[in-house]
Design a protein around this ligand. Sequence first.
Ligand SMILES: Cc1cc2nc3c(=O)[nH]c(=O)nc-3n(C[C@H](O)[C@H](O)[C@H](O)COP(=O)(O)OP(=O)(O)OC[C@H]3O[C@@H](n4cnc5c(N)ncnc54)[C@H](O)[C@@H]3O)c2cc1C
Length: 518
Amino acid sequence: MNYDIVFVGSGLSSSATLYHILSGLREQKIPGRLINIAVIEKNQEFWTGIPYGKRSSLQSLTINPVKDFLTEAETAGFFTWLKDLEADNYPGIANAERGIIGAWTRKNGGKLEGAARYDLYIPRFLYGLYLSQKMEKVIASAKADNIAHVELVCGEAVDIQQISGASRYMIDIEADGRNFEIACKILVLSTGSLGTRKITNGLAGPHLCINDIYEPSLTVNFKKITDQLLAIKPAKRNVLIIGSNASASEIVHLLAAADQVDNGIFNQIFILSTSGLPDHLHVNADHDHLLQNLKALSEAKNFTADELMTAIENDVKYAAQNQLSVGRIHYSLSDRVVKMQQKLNADEALRFFTTYGWPFTRITRRTNEDYYYTAKDLEAAQRLHYIKGRFVKPSEAQTNSDGLTFVYTTAGDKTEKEYGQVFPVIVHCGGAEQLCNTSSRLIAGLLEKGICEINETNMGLAVDENFLANDGLYIIGPLLAGIYNAKFKFWHLENSKRLNILADALADTLLSKIGSAN
Ligand SMILES: Cc1cc2nc3c(=O)[nH]c(=O)nc-3n(C[C@H](O)[C@H](O)[C@H](O)COP(=O)(O)OP(=O)(O)OC[C@H]3O[C@@H](n4cnc5c(N)ncnc54)[C@H](O)[C@@H]3O)c2cc1C
C-alpha cells in the first residue's frame, strides 16, 4: 500500500503533528484530493504514547504544572473539553477513571477556571483521554469531508529502506509474527525516547530487576514489585531505585499509596543517583533579587560558558543557604539563564549547550506537590534514603538469596565500591540508551544505512531547520534532542509543551510540501 505520509509511532508528538495537518488541510482546502496517511504503532493504544496511556498508572500526574505542560491553545482546548465531559456525565468512561477524574476535579474545583488552572498538575491519563478523543474526532471529520484518510497500522516498524530515484520509503512492519511492507513519500519518525540502558547481566538469584518500568506497563510491573515484596519478611522488603528521574518519584509515590492500604508492603526505599538529592518542590515565585552572581556576570562585557555555569551554581548555593530550593528560584533562574545564553559568543553558546545543558537541567529538576510531600514524609520516617553515586554494574560478590547489590563510584573518585546491602527489588529509572548502541532495530538500521545520522551535539538525530533528516524523512519528538540551529536549540525534549510547539512547526512544513506537490 502506498501512502502520502506515514508516521512511525503514535505518541504525543505524532498526534500533535497529525492534528495540525488535518486541521490545516481543512482550513486551507488543499490539495483538493484525498490525502492517504498511515500511523504505525507497536502498542495496542494509539495517540497517548508511554506517559499518557495505559503503560503509565491511573495515579500518575504530570511533573510540571499546566503553564509548563500545555501551550496556550492546548490549555484552552483541554479545559473546554473537560467541562463538556463533566456536563455530559463522562460518556464511555470506565468507573475507575471516572472516580479519579471526580476526585481530582473536587480537589481542584475552584482552580479549573481562570489563572489558577495554570498551576494545576493533571492526571496523565486524563490528558491522554483528551488526546485520543481529539484525534478520533479530527480523523472522523477529515474522512467524512473527503479530506484525508488515516489508517491505523498495529505493528512494530523494524526496518526502513530508501528507494532511491523514486523518492519513497518502504517500511517493514512486524505484527503477530508476520511481516508486511508499506510505502510512502513522506515519512515522519516519532518513536519517542530511546529505551533505558539494561542493568542486569543475568545474575542468578530470586531478586526482581525491572529495566523498563513502562514495559509492558507500570501497572503490570508494579504488581510484580508488590508480589515480590509480600513474599519476603517485612524487614527485608527493601527497594533500590537506580536513577532519580520523574519515574523514580512516581514509583515512590505508588509504593507509599500501596503502603497505606497494605501497611508494611515495603520496608525502605533507596534511590541511587549522582546528585544524591531529592527533587525540589515546583513553586511559582519571583526571586530574581537572589541571583547576585548572575546579575554581576551579566554586567560584564564578555563572559564564558564556564563562568555562566559557575554563577548559576553559586546562586543556587546562595539560595539554598537562604532556605530557598531550586524549585522556588526556578522561574527567575531560567529567565536569566536564557537571556545570558544569548549574550555568549557563538563558540561559548555551543559549549554551554553541549557541556552544561544537561547539568543545568539536573540541578533544576522539580516535581509536583503530591510526589514531593510523599517523599518528604517517607524521608522523615527514615523509609526513604538517597545514595550519592554513579551506578556501575550489579555486584556478583554480595548477591545472594536475599537479593542483589551493586558496584558504584562517587564524584571525583573513580574507585569502584560495593554497596553493603542487598535488595530483593531493583528498579532502573536511570539514563537512556545512547543512539550509537540503541536496542531499537529500526533506528540502528537507519544509522547503519546512513539514512539518518547522529547530530553534532551527539544527543539526537541530525536534522535541518525543518526537521528533515533525509529526502522526505522528518523527525519529531525526543529524538530531536540536541537540535542546534538558528530556529531551534533544545538540549532535551522531554517536555510536552516544547514538543507541541515543534509539532506545529513540522505540520506547517508538511502542509506546504503537500500543497506544493499538487
Ligand atoms: C513516563 C513519562 C512521563 C512523562 N511526563 C511528562 C510530564 O509530566 N510533563 C511533560 O512535559 N513531559 C513529560 N514527559 C516527556 C514527554 O511529554 C514525553 O516524552 C512525550 O510523551 C513524548 O511523546 P512522543 O510521541 O515523542 O513519544 P512517546 O510517548 O514515547 O510515543 C512514541 C510511540 O512510538 C511507539 N513506537 C516506538 N518505536 C516504534 C516502532 N519501531 N514501531 C511502531 N511504533 C513505535 C511507541 O510504542 C510509542 O507509543 C514524560 C515522559 C515519560 C516517558
